[in-house]
Design a protein around this ligand. Structure first.
Ligand SMILES: [Cu+2]
Length: 228
């Protein structure tokens, strides 16, 4: 059972943000909107390099959340990691809740590190529970990524505007994978909410430096902060 102790705070913030929302459709309101998708093949050392240079979020242990306070975070997502095929691994965390700032432009490299199965990553507004074949209409995401073949890793770089403050879901669209648990929550926080999360956890609003050690294939110990 997943619990997100601070989700109520975000829901309230999202509600108030929605009340004042304009009808602009410039990609910065509404659900996350894609700017581009780039297909790539990576070696394990390419993936390691990307992981070392990604933005490391502030990790909140009690809610399994990674908080990115900057406006242009780049993160690396491993889909189907060894021994945990129905999961996404981000900075060594399993299906973490991703918290982004309103207005952020996110670049996400999604790599299928699973030797056996296809995976993807979609994000948008999801009605639970997931269907066996999840609905992806109106959502953004990667192509269906082929299994890791002999050191050549199938990946997509996607770049998107996070859209309006609110709660979204990211998930794998391959049949039955999201149902099996291959999903996580993505929260877009308005500036007041982000400020309050940072203050409560005594975090700096300056974007954190790049992660120094790859989380894949090796595990990385993240800086861990308890949410009080
Ligand atoms: Cu999958």
């Amino acid at each position: 059972m997943r619990t997100y102790p601070f989700i109520a705070l975000f829901l309230a913030a999202a509600f108030f943000a929605a009340c004042g929302r304009s009808e602009k459709t410039n990609g910065r309101t509404g659900p996350p909107s894609m700017v581009y998708r780039k297909s790539m093949r990576l070696s394990t050392s390419d993936l390691g390099r990307l992981e070392r240079t990604q933005d490391s979020g502030h990790f909140l242990v009690s809610s399994n959340s990674l908080v990115f306070s900057g406006q242009g975070p780049h993160i690396v997502v491993s889909a189907g990691p060894k021994g945990d095929m129905y999961a996404f691994r981000i900075q060594s965390h399993r299906n973490p809740t991703l918290v982004f700032s309103e207005g952020a432009f996110v670049t996400m490299t999604v790599a299928n590190v699973d030797p056996d199965m296809q995976h993807s990553l979609f994000t948008g507004i999801v009605k639970m529970p997931f269907a066996v074949v999840p609905d992806t209409v109106g959502m953004i995401g990667t192509a269906m990524l082929a299994p890791d073949a002999d050191g050549s890793i199938s990946a997509n770089e996607i770049a998107f505007h996070v859209g309006s403050p609110g709660i979204y879901t990211y998930f794998c669209s391959f049949p039955a994978h999201a149902r099996a648990g291959m999903w996580g929550t993505m929260i877009v926080a308005n500036s007041e909410t982000m400020e309050s999360v940072l203050q409560r956890n005594k975090l700096s609003s300056v974007p954190t430096p790049s992660a120094s050690t790859p989380s894949w294939p090796r595990e990385r110990k993240s800086k861990s902060i308890e949410l009080d």
